[in-house]
Design a binder for this molecule. Structure first.
Ligand code: FES
Length: 319
């Protein structure tokens, strides 16, 4: 990766527990361009590398803005960034990539965010508005007003009539009902970023939509892991090689550790890059890509695991 050294020109607060970081080149020059929905990989003070969506309008050519929620129960990435990085510090940042790109669509957009999943969605909304596109609507689900990033802006005059904000007070019984929004495929494209539960709900309610019109982005790479995950084996055809996949390690990483050069991008089960042929065994599908009719034949190896002690995979679909 080609790392850039960028300066934290400003650190702010977008909501309770959500810090914003404006990253600029020390020279003030333009940064590599990005498109709405893009993310950057940041190398953190503790050595970890994490992906963060860019939340500003891509037309701001000299700045990347990150919105980062301090995840007390996370794997330490957000805590290192929020607690240890201050204005004036330098961070190593890889150029933007986009696995959640906003496609041009005359019929418009339904943009759905949960919690800190608002970061790519607000970039899209700002970009659309600033470019005169008005046929979009943002649905934004959070616990309460205090935890709602960018609340004043999204409630402000620019977005009037284009944003629905729903607070559930942390009670699943008070979750927003998306069925009236998604019941009839409208020609719009749906973009959804948020916790796994929200994305699963949207996925379930858009099963009858064209799959090319529904897009997901996961903001937490750890969410696909479960505490009771166990080790299983992967057998590869045609050569019969067997690789163990320990708990806490993805199939993708276990195979890469043996020196295989495999295609992947989002590594969160949303982009489709790591689609691999499933020859035998019962998969535990955890992605948001495969349709029900594909699950017996394919597996997304960046997140999915096994229900059976062994899976047989054909990597020739991936290499
Ligand atoms: S790398 Fe994106 S779905 Fe696996």
């Amino acid at each position: 990766m080609d790392w850039m050294k960028l300066r934290v020109a400003r650190k702010g607060q977008a909501a309770e527990g959500v810090a914003t970081f404006e990253l600029r080149a020390a020279s003030g020059s333009d940064l590599p361009a990005f498109t709405p929905g893009a993310h950057v990989t940041v190398r953190l003070p503790n050595g970890l590398e994490r992906k963060y969506s860019l939340c500003n309008d891509p037309d701001d050519r000299d700045v990347y803005v990150l919105g980062v929620k301090r995840e007390a129960n996370g794997r330490g990435g957000s805590i290192a960034l929020v607690d240890q990085v201050e204005e004036g510090d330098e961070l190593q940042v890889a150029p933007p990539r986009n696995d959640f790109a906003l496609v041009e669509n005359r019929s418009g957009y339904t943009l759905i965010a949960g919690g800190i999943g608002i970061t790519p969605i607000v970039s899209m909304a700002r970009h659309l508005l600033n470019n005169g596109v008005t046929n979009f609507h943002v649905y934004y689900c959070t616990r309460d007003p205090a935890s709602t990033a960018f609340l004043d802006e999204l409630r402000g005059p620019d977005f009037r009539g284009r944003v629905t904000i729903h607070h559930d007070q942390g009670d699943p019984a008070k979750a927003f009902d998306f069925w009236p929004v998604l019941e009839k495929p409208s020609g719009r494209h749906v973009y959804c970023c948020g916790p796994r539960g929200l994305m699963d709900a949207v996925r379930d309610m858009t099963g009858h939509w064209p799959s090319s019109a529904v897009h997901f982005e996961a903001f937490s790479e750890a969410e696909a892991q479960k505490p009771d995950d166990t080790m299983f084996r992967v057998r590869l055809v045609p050569d019969g090689e067997v690789v163990e996949v320990p708990a806490g390690v993805t199939i993708l990483d276990a195979l890469k550790a043996t020196g295989k050069d495999l295609a992947s991008s989002c590594e969160s089960g949303t982009c489709g890059t790591c689609r691999t042929i499933l020859v035998a065994g019962e998969a535990d599908h955890r992605d948001l890509v495969l349709g029900d009719d594909e699950k017996s034949r394919f597996i997304m190896i960046c997140v999915s695991r096994a229900k059976s002690p062994e899976l047989t995979l054909d990597l020739r679909s991936n290499l």
